[in-house]
Design a binder for this molecule. Structure first.
Ligand SMILES: Nc1ncnc2c1ncn2[C@@H]1O[C@H](COP(=O)(O)OP(=O)(O)O)[C@@H](O)[C@H]1O
Ligand SMILES: [Mg+2]
Length: 443
């Protein structure tokens, strides 16, 4: 099990059993000494009394043992207490998810919202529809190549037109392995419960004997990486202010996951390809296939296999497997650096010393003279030095090696708000996209 519940689920029967044994033993020997030299009828009476006392003691210890277990389980929110939402979530996240053909949730070819819908405390699923595979075939023109809009680790994403005319992004998951099934369940589970304008909307899903598909709102401008890395003949480069606003949208998404969801959620794969852009270049975070629900009661820390994407992984997560919300903060810092520099997290084509973005950028981020040298050349003339120094300071805080010193996402949001609200005069004059969207009352 990946969630670090070893202390939670494995309450050792040892100590209680040991006490029990030693006390039992003490009672017996005590009784024995006391009986020495008495008449036979007295001896029988004493044996009966001793036997009854032992039985009473046994019952008392058993009750104490059961009560202690219950208290411990409740305190740590284990999956055993089926009445709590938290527990249902943990169970859903467990890696031993059933395979495609044996899922207990699949009925008549459809998956009915997992176990959550049966949990009284679980919030109701909002408008997430169940589609048949046939409907999705029609929507995507038989999953035609011409409708492919993305290709990720877990499957291919198609543009589709649903029967009511809604244009959607349809992700068809590859069937191999448990990880794909787990990713599917987590995306359905989380996205049908979490409502935030900064997370991509799940419209529906399909789960029959042979297929797993997810239907999302279509984000017409695709992923952020495409806009930062494509040659600028294909896409016009994102301007400074748009980048700041994307940074703030993403910070709000992670703030929501870490601090405003019922249980803290760690995204675990926050990166530029999982940041999607709408028609106004507003960002939403997507791809929750690797997400984890954490419990602050285990210090907000989860032990897990190291999964995610090279270049975005926090050093302590790589070395120990201990996952916290601060791992996402590190990944966020890397994305912020990509927005600032236009570089990718790891690029072996660059000269030695520049391969790893964080190592290359870190010394410059806190150097007021050098910081200008690391900025994406296409942004020249669009920012004030004051703004740049502030953004660089945020990035430096997020990617520092010591997880405890990284800020909370709330702090990042609060630091970015004034920069997005009051862009410098330089950026307003130098930015076409800024002028286009200046009127939208976003903040
Ligand atoms: N809702 C969407 N709108 C537009 N493009 C999308 C959408 N969802 C995914 N994509 C595209 O597909 C790519 C892969 O999707 P993603 O959900 O990240 O899959 P994976 O889990 O396989 O990584 C994204 O990087 C993006 O380019
Ligand atoms: Mg992805």
């Amino acid at each position: 099990m990946e969630v670090n519940t070893s202390i939670v689920t494995e309450t050792p029967p040892g100590p209680a059993g040991k006490n029990h044994y030693s006390k039992h033993h003490y009672s017996e020997s005590h009784t024995h000494n006391h009986d020495h030299g008495h008449s036979p009828s007295n001896t029988i009476l004493t044996i009966i009394i001793s036997f009854i006392s032992i039985m009473v003691l046994l019952v008392v210890f058993f009750i104490i043992f059961v009560l202690r277990r219950l208290k411990f389980a409740k305190k740590n929110g284990t999956w055993k207490d089926s009445s709590s939402l938290k527990n249902t979530s943990s169970r859903f996240i467990a890696p031993n998810t059933s395979n495609f053909n044996s899922s207990p949730d699949v009925k008549d070819g459809c998956l009915y919202g997992g176990n959550l819908s049966r949990t009284p405390q679980a919030p109701k699923f909002r408008g997430v529809q169940v589609f048949t595979y046939k409907e999705l075939e029609v929507a995507t023109d038989q999953f035609s190549e011409k409708n492919v809009i993305g290709n990720g680790g877990f499957g291919v994403v198609y543009r589709g037109v649903m029967s009511d005319g809604t244009v959607a992004a349809i992700k068809r998951l590859r069937r191999e392995g448990k990880q794909g099934e787990r990713a599917f369940r987590i995306e359905v589970d989380l996205l049908s419960r979490l409502q935030s304008p900064y997370l991509v909307d799940l419209l529906g899903y399909c789960a029959d004997q042979h297929h797993r598909l997810l239907i999302f709102e279509l984000m017409p401008n695709g992923n952020l990486q495409h806009h930062l890395q494509s040659s600028h003949d294909q896409t016009s480069p994102l301007d400074w202010w748009t980048r700041l606003r994307i940074a703030l949208d993403c910070a709000r998404a992670l703030e929501f996951l870490h601090e405003q969801a019922i249980l803290p959620v760690i995204h675990r794969d926050f990166k530029c390809t999982n940041v999607l852009l709408d028609q106004n270049f507003r960002a939403k975070v997507s791809d929750f296939g690797l997400a984890k629900m954490g419990s602050e009661k285990i210090n907000g820390q989860i032990s897990t296999r190291v999964l995610g994407t090279t270049g975005y992984l926090a050093p302590e997560y790589v070395s120990t497997g201990k996952l916290t919300t601060k791992s996402d903060v590190y990944s966020y810092g890397v994305v912020l650096l990509e927005l600032l520099t236009g570089r990718v997290p790891v690029d072996s084509r660059l000269p030695p010393g520049e391969h790893v973005l964080v190592s290359w950028a870190l010394p410059m981020l806190t150097n007021r003279e050098k910081v200008v040298e690391m900025v994406d050349p296409v942004l020249q003339g669009q920012y004030s030095k004051k703004e740049l120094i502030q953004i660089a300071a945020i990035a430096a805080m997020c990617v520092q090696a010591e997880a405890d010193y990284r800020p909370l996402m709330t702090d990042v949001v609060q630091s970015l708000i004034p920069l997005v609200k009051n862009p410098s005069s330089i950026s307003s004059s130098g930015s076409l996209r800024f002028q286009n969207h200046a009127a939208s009352p976003s903040y």
